[in-house]
Design a protein around this ligand. Structure first.
Ligand code: DQA
Length: 145
């Protein structure tokens, strides 16, 4: 089982950006955790992070026929990107949306998720552990297919 984990803009600044919201662990620490969780669940996981919307669209398109599932934290593009929504719909790869913070209890402009509309599940407010939960949910979903 092969999955692609996509992180959007400013996720590479974890540990530096608003630690009161996103915690004190760095993006490198997140990558290490993802590696451990992938090994624990016997999943092959690839990682991609970009600050550019089109690069994320390109990555989703390139995943067509290559991966079984996607975990995506579109970060700020969550609230603006119909292009990422359309890319997820175009490839029809089962996807789980993750947010480190609890976006539902934050500003009004964060209350809409466009890419989330192409995801079968959303996890939010669990910190980095949310990616672990997303892997479990995705693995269970793919195992049933
Ligand atoms: C985020 C929430 C978004 O609203 C924000 O723009 C981010 C990170 C999260 O993981 O909590 O950059 O996706």
């Amino acid at each position: 089982m092969k999955i692609l984990i996509i992180n959007g803009p400013n996720i590479n600044m974890l540990g530096i950006r608003e630690p009161n919201v996103y915690g004190g662990q760095s993006y490198q620490e997140l990558l290490r955790l993802l590696k451990d969780w992938a090994a624990e669940l016997d999943i092959e996981a690839e990682h991609f992070q970009s600050n550019h919307e089109g690069a994320i669209v390109d990555e989703i398109q390139a995943a067509y026929g290559c991966v079984d599932g996607i975990i995506i934290n579109p970060a700020a593009y969550t609230h603006t990107s119909i292009a990422i929504l359309d890319a997820l719909k175009a490839v029809s790869i089962p996807a789980v949306e993750v947010h480190i913070s609890d976006v539902s209890s934050r500003e009004e402009f964060r209350q809409i998720s466009y890419p989330g509309q192409a995801c079968f599940h959303t996890i939010m407010g669990q910190g980095l552990e949310g990616y672990h939960q997303a892997m479990i949910v995705l693995k269970n979903h793919l195992s049933k297919q």
